[in-house]
Design a protein around this ligand. Structure first.
Ligand code: NCD
Length: 310
Protein backbone atom coordinates (compact mmCIF):
# COMPACT_ATOMS: atom_id res chain seq x y z
CA UNK A 1 0.00 0.00 0.00
CA UNK A 2 1.29 3.46 -0.90
CA UNK A 3 1.44 6.26 1.62
CA UNK A 4 0.65 9.40 -0.35
CA UNK A 5 0.94 12.11 2.26
CA UNK A 6 3.74 14.64 2.05
CA UNK A 7 2.70 16.17 5.38
CA UNK A 8 1.27 14.86 8.65
CA UNK A 9 -0.96 17.72 9.75
CA UNK A 10 -3.58 15.76 11.65
CA UNK A 11 -5.27 12.38 11.96
CA UNK A 12 -8.30 14.09 10.42
CA UNK A 13 -6.60 13.70 7.05
CA UNK A 14 -5.46 10.07 7.48
CA UNK A 15 -7.54 7.08 6.37
CA UNK A 16 -7.92 3.83 8.29
CA UNK A 17 -5.46 2.26 5.82
CA UNK A 18 -2.94 5.08 6.37
CA UNK A 19 -3.18 4.58 10.13
CA UNK A 20 -2.73 0.83 9.78
CA UNK A 21 0.34 1.34 7.59
CA UNK A 22 1.85 3.80 10.11
CA UNK A 23 1.26 1.36 13.00
CA UNK A 24 2.69 -1.60 11.06
CA UNK A 25 5.74 0.43 10.01
CA UNK A 26 6.23 1.54 13.63
CA UNK A 27 6.09 -2.10 14.77
CA UNK A 28 8.88 -2.94 12.35
CA UNK A 29 10.99 -0.05 13.71
CA UNK A 30 10.49 -0.99 17.36
CA UNK A 31 13.12 -3.68 17.18
CA UNK A 32 15.85 -1.21 16.09
CA UNK A 33 15.34 0.67 19.35
CA UNK A 34 16.37 -2.35 21.39
CA UNK A 35 19.55 -3.17 19.43
CA UNK A 36 22.94 -2.32 20.84
CA UNK A 37 23.65 -0.26 17.72
CA UNK A 38 20.45 1.70 17.24
CA UNK A 39 20.96 3.18 13.82
CA UNK A 40 19.89 2.31 10.29
CA UNK A 41 20.89 4.27 7.17
CA UNK A 42 17.29 4.84 5.95
CA UNK A 43 17.26 8.67 6.00
CA UNK A 44 20.97 9.29 5.48
CA UNK A 45 21.54 12.70 3.87
CA UNK A 46 18.15 14.10 4.94
CA UNK A 47 17.89 17.16 7.18
CA UNK A 48 15.13 17.40 9.77
CA UNK A 49 14.43 20.60 11.71
CA UNK A 50 12.54 20.25 14.98
CA UNK A 51 11.00 23.66 15.57
CA UNK A 52 9.39 23.74 19.01
CA UNK A 53 7.73 27.02 19.88
CA UNK A 54 6.03 25.47 22.94
CA UNK A 55 7.49 23.42 25.76
CA UNK A 56 7.94 19.70 25.30
CA UNK A 57 9.90 16.84 26.82
CA UNK A 58 8.68 13.59 25.29
CA UNK A 59 7.58 14.73 21.85
CA UNK A 60 10.68 16.76 21.10
CA UNK A 61 13.10 14.20 22.43
CA UNK A 62 11.47 11.32 20.62
CA UNK A 63 11.31 13.14 17.27
CA UNK A 64 15.01 13.92 17.65
CA UNK A 65 15.91 10.37 18.62
CA UNK A 66 13.72 9.00 15.81
CA UNK A 67 15.51 11.13 13.20
CA UNK A 68 18.95 10.21 14.53
CA UNK A 69 18.18 6.46 14.59
CA UNK A 70 17.25 6.73 10.91
CA UNK A 71 20.60 8.54 10.25
CA UNK A 72 19.05 11.91 9.34
CA UNK A 73 20.75 15.11 10.47
CA UNK A 74 18.43 16.59 13.08
CA UNK A 75 18.62 20.19 14.23
CA UNK A 76 16.53 21.79 16.95
CA UNK A 77 15.25 25.30 17.39
CA UNK A 78 13.09 26.37 20.27
CA UNK A 79 10.77 29.34 20.67
CA UNK A 80 12.59 30.89 23.56
CA UNK A 81 16.00 30.61 21.89
CA UNK A 82 14.94 31.79 18.42
CA UNK A 83 14.32 35.19 16.86
CA UNK A 84 10.57 34.73 17.38
CA UNK A 85 11.15 36.47 20.71
CA UNK A 86 12.58 39.41 18.73
CA UNK A 87 9.33 39.88 16.84
CA UNK A 88 9.96 37.84 13.68
CA UNK A 89 6.81 36.39 12.10
CA UNK A 90 6.36 32.63 11.69
CA UNK A 91 6.38 33.09 7.91
CA UNK A 92 9.70 34.96 7.94
CA UNK A 93 11.27 32.41 10.28
CA UNK A 94 10.02 29.64 7.99
CA UNK A 95 11.31 31.29 4.79
CA UNK A 96 14.73 31.60 6.37
CA UNK A 97 14.67 27.97 7.43
CA UNK A 98 13.56 26.92 3.97
CA UNK A 99 16.56 28.36 2.14
CA UNK A 100 18.71 26.03 4.25
CA UNK A 101 16.89 23.20 2.39
CA UNK A 102 15.54 20.97 5.13
CA UNK A 103 13.62 17.87 4.05
CA UNK A 104 11.21 17.81 6.99
CA UNK A 105 10.12 20.41 9.53
CA UNK A 106 8.55 19.06 12.71
CA UNK A 107 6.68 21.92 14.32
CA UNK A 108 4.99 22.48 17.68
CA UNK A 109 3.25 25.81 18.00
CA UNK A 110 0.74 27.46 20.32
CA UNK A 111 -1.48 28.53 17.43
CA UNK A 112 -3.88 26.06 15.86
CA UNK A 113 -3.17 25.81 12.15
CA UNK A 114 0.50 26.89 12.29
CA UNK A 115 1.71 23.61 10.65
CA UNK A 116 -0.93 23.96 7.89
CA UNK A 117 0.22 27.52 7.26
CA UNK A 118 3.79 26.31 6.77
CA UNK A 119 2.75 23.33 4.64
CA UNK A 120 1.06 25.71 2.20
CA UNK A 121 4.13 27.89 1.91
CA UNK A 122 7.16 25.60 2.10
CA UNK A 123 8.46 22.88 -0.21
CA UNK A 124 9.53 20.47 2.52
CA UNK A 125 7.35 18.02 4.45
CA UNK A 126 5.70 19.38 7.60
CA UNK A 127 4.82 17.23 10.61
CA UNK A 128 2.52 18.64 13.27
CA UNK A 129 3.94 17.96 16.75
CA UNK A 130 1.01 19.75 18.43
CA UNK A 131 -0.75 22.95 17.31
CA UNK A 132 -2.60 24.84 20.02
CA UNK A 133 -5.69 22.97 21.14
CA UNK A 134 -6.18 21.52 17.65
CA UNK A 135 -4.28 18.29 16.82
CA UNK A 136 -1.33 16.20 17.98
CA UNK A 137 -1.35 13.36 15.46
CA UNK A 138 1.83 11.52 16.48
CA UNK A 139 0.51 11.29 20.06
CA UNK A 140 -2.77 9.69 18.94
CA UNK A 141 -0.90 7.26 16.71
CA UNK A 142 1.39 6.14 19.53
CA UNK A 143 -1.64 5.86 21.80
CA UNK A 144 -3.40 3.61 19.29
CA UNK A 145 -0.27 1.52 18.73
CA UNK A 146 -0.13 0.97 22.51
CA UNK A 147 -3.82 -0.02 22.61
CA UNK A 148 -3.32 -2.43 19.71
CA UNK A 149 -0.36 -4.07 21.44
CA UNK A 150 -2.31 -4.66 24.63
CA UNK A 151 -5.73 -5.44 23.19
CA UNK A 152 -4.84 -7.01 19.84
CA UNK A 153 -7.32 -4.77 17.98
CA UNK A 154 -9.02 -1.38 18.11
CA UNK A 155 -12.39 -2.31 16.56
CA UNK A 156 -15.08 -2.47 19.27
CA UNK A 157 -12.88 -1.28 22.18
CA UNK A 158 -14.54 1.03 24.69
CA UNK A 159 -12.10 3.92 25.16
CA UNK A 160 -12.81 6.44 27.96
CA UNK A 161 -10.99 9.78 27.71
CA UNK A 162 -11.33 11.98 30.78
CA UNK A 163 -10.28 15.54 31.56
CA UNK A 164 -9.91 18.89 29.86
CA UNK A 165 -11.55 17.91 26.60
CA UNK A 166 -11.98 21.49 25.37
CA UNK A 167 -8.29 22.38 25.34
CA UNK A 168 -6.78 19.01 24.48
CA UNK A 169 -5.18 18.46 21.08
CA UNK A 170 -4.53 14.88 22.18
CA UNK A 171 -8.25 14.17 22.44
CA UNK A 172 -9.08 15.66 19.04
CA UNK A 173 -6.43 13.58 17.26
CA UNK A 174 -7.54 10.48 19.13
CA UNK A 175 -11.19 11.10 18.26
CA UNK A 176 -10.52 11.25 14.54
CA UNK A 177 -8.20 8.25 14.57
CA UNK A 178 -10.10 6.03 17.02
CA UNK A 179 -13.35 6.48 15.12
CA UNK A 180 -11.67 5.48 11.86
CA UNK A 181 -10.31 2.40 13.62
CA UNK A 182 -13.76 1.40 14.94
CA UNK A 183 -13.43 2.21 18.66
CA UNK A 184 -16.35 3.31 20.83
CA UNK A 185 -15.16 6.58 22.38
CA UNK A 186 -16.59 8.01 25.62
CA UNK A 187 -15.56 11.42 26.93
CA UNK A 188 -15.94 12.78 30.46
CA UNK A 189 -15.06 16.09 32.03
CA UNK A 190 -16.57 19.10 33.76
CA UNK A 191 -19.20 20.99 31.73
CA UNK A 192 -16.85 23.98 31.50
CA UNK A 193 -14.26 21.80 29.75
CA UNK A 194 -16.62 20.02 27.37
CA UNK A 195 -16.99 21.79 24.02
CA UNK A 196 -20.56 21.81 22.74
CA UNK A 197 -21.06 19.63 19.68
CA UNK A 198 -18.01 17.41 20.33
CA UNK A 199 -20.35 14.39 19.90
CA UNK A 200 -20.31 15.16 16.20
CA UNK A 201 -16.67 14.02 16.05
CA UNK A 202 -17.88 10.60 17.19
CA UNK A 203 -18.13 10.30 20.96
CA UNK A 204 -20.59 9.74 23.78
CA UNK A 205 -20.34 12.61 26.28
CA UNK A 206 -20.60 12.15 30.06
CA UNK A 207 -20.25 14.60 32.92
CA UNK A 208 -19.49 11.82 35.36
CA UNK A 209 -16.18 9.95 35.17
CA UNK A 210 -17.84 6.77 36.44
CA UNK A 211 -20.21 6.51 33.47
CA UNK A 212 -17.33 6.87 31.02
CA UNK A 213 -15.02 4.43 32.79
CA UNK A 214 -17.66 1.73 33.36
CA UNK A 215 -16.68 -1.42 31.43
CA UNK A 216 -13.98 0.46 29.51
CA UNK A 217 -11.09 -1.41 27.89
CA UNK A 218 -8.91 1.70 27.89
CA UNK A 219 -8.94 4.67 30.28
CA UNK A 220 -6.99 7.69 29.05
CA UNK A 221 -6.51 10.59 31.45
CA UNK A 222 -5.71 14.12 30.32
CA UNK A 223 -3.91 16.96 32.03
CA UNK A 224 -5.78 20.21 32.65
CA UNK A 225 -4.27 22.62 30.13
CA UNK A 226 -3.64 25.41 32.62
CA UNK A 227 -1.48 27.23 30.09
CA UNK A 228 -4.44 27.54 27.72
CA UNK A 229 -7.22 28.65 30.06
CA UNK A 230 -5.87 29.31 33.56
CA UNK A 231 -7.88 28.28 36.57
CA UNK A 232 -11.05 30.08 35.48
CA UNK A 233 -12.98 26.93 34.55
CA UNK A 234 -12.53 25.14 37.88
CA UNK A 235 -13.37 25.87 41.49
CA UNK A 236 -10.21 24.17 42.84
CA UNK A 237 -7.81 21.43 41.78
CA UNK A 238 -8.85 19.48 44.88
CA UNK A 239 -12.45 19.45 43.83
CA UNK A 240 -11.45 18.50 40.29
CA UNK A 241 -9.45 15.55 41.65
CA UNK A 242 -12.44 14.44 43.69
CA UNK A 243 -14.88 14.45 40.80
CA UNK A 244 -12.72 13.73 37.76
CA UNK A 245 -9.52 12.15 39.07
CA UNK A 246 -8.79 8.48 38.37
CA UNK A 247 -8.22 6.55 41.58
CA UNK A 248 -8.45 2.86 42.45
CA UNK A 249 -12.17 3.07 43.26
CA UNK A 250 -13.09 4.53 39.89
CA UNK A 251 -10.73 2.22 38.00
CA UNK A 252 -12.53 -0.79 39.49
CA UNK A 253 -15.52 0.12 37.32
CA UNK A 254 -13.53 -0.54 34.15
CA UNK A 255 -12.94 -4.05 32.79
CA UNK A 256 -10.57 -6.03 35.00
CA UNK A 257 -7.93 -6.03 32.25
CA UNK A 258 -8.38 -2.37 31.29
CA UNK A 259 -5.25 -0.37 30.56
CA UNK A 260 -4.57 3.12 31.95
CA UNK A 261 -2.97 5.70 29.65
CA UNK A 262 -1.74 9.29 29.95
CA UNK A 263 0.10 11.34 27.30
CA UNK A 264 2.21 13.09 29.95
CA UNK A 265 3.14 15.29 31.63
CA UNK A 266 1.08 13.90 34.51
CA UNK A 267 -0.15 15.97 37.41
CA UNK A 268 -0.17 13.31 40.10
CA UNK A 269 -2.93 13.80 42.63
CA UNK A 270 -4.96 15.89 40.17
CA UNK A 271 -6.20 13.86 37.17
CA UNK A 272 -4.59 10.60 38.33
CA UNK A 273 -3.62 9.19 41.72
CA UNK A 274 -0.07 7.97 42.17
CA UNK A 275 -1.40 4.50 43.04
CA UNK A 276 -3.05 4.25 39.62
CA UNK A 277 -0.22 5.98 37.74
CA UNK A 278 2.26 3.42 39.08
CA UNK A 279 -0.23 0.56 39.33
CA UNK A 280 -0.31 -2.72 37.39
CA UNK A 281 -2.75 -1.47 34.75
CA UNK A 282 -0.71 1.55 33.65
CA UNK A 283 1.00 1.46 30.24
CA UNK A 284 2.21 5.06 30.40
CA UNK A 285 5.92 4.43 29.83
CA UNK A 286 5.01 1.97 27.08
CA UNK A 287 3.32 4.89 25.31
CA UNK A 288 6.53 6.90 25.52
CA UNK A 289 8.56 3.97 24.23
CA UNK A 290 6.18 3.57 21.28
CA UNK A 291 6.53 7.29 20.60
CA UNK A 292 10.02 6.82 19.17
CA UNK A 293 8.92 4.02 16.82
CA UNK A 294 5.82 5.92 15.64
CA UNK A 295 7.88 9.04 14.92
CA UNK A 296 10.45 6.95 13.03
CA UNK A 297 7.56 5.59 10.95
CA UNK A 298 6.20 9.09 10.23
CA UNK A 299 9.61 10.47 9.22
CA UNK A 300 10.20 7.43 7.01
CA UNK A 301 6.78 7.47 5.35
CA UNK A 302 6.70 11.20 4.54
CA UNK A 303 10.15 10.75 3.01
CA UNK A 304 8.74 8.27 0.54
CA UNK A 305 9.30 4.98 2.37
CA UNK A 306 9.74 2.25 -0.19
CA UNK A 307 6.93 3.75 -2.22
CA UNK A 308 6.68 6.87 -4.29
CA UNK A 309 5.32 9.93 -2.53
CA UNK A 310 3.16 12.40 -4.45
C1 NCD B 1 0.61 16.61 25.38
C2 NCD B 1 0.67 17.89 24.59
O1 NCD B 1 1.67 18.59 24.57
O2 NCD B 1 -0.32 18.17 23.94
N1 NCD B 1 1.84 16.14 25.80
C3 NCD B 1 2.58 15.38 24.96
O3 NCD B 1 2.87 15.74 23.84
N2 NCD B 1 2.99 14.19 25.42
C4 NCD B 1 -0.38 16.66 26.47
C5 NCD B 1 -0.23 17.71 27.53
O4 NCD B 1 0.60 18.61 27.45
O5 NCD B 1 -1.00 17.63 28.48
Amino acid sequence: MAFNHKHILGTEYLSREDIQLILDTAESFREINTRSIKKVPTLRGKTIINAFFENSTRTRLSFEIAGKRLSADTVNISGSASSVTKGETLEDTARNIEVMHPDIIVIRHGHSGAPHYLAERLNCSVINAGDGAHEHPSQALLDILTMRQHKGKIDGLKVAIVGDIAHSRVVRSNLYALNKMGADVHLAGPGTMMPSGIERLGATVHYDIRAAVKDADVVMMLRIQLERQGMTLLPTLREYARFFGLNDDVLKLAKADAIVMHPGPMNRGVEISSAVADGPQNVILGQVENGVAVRMALLYLVSGGEQAVE
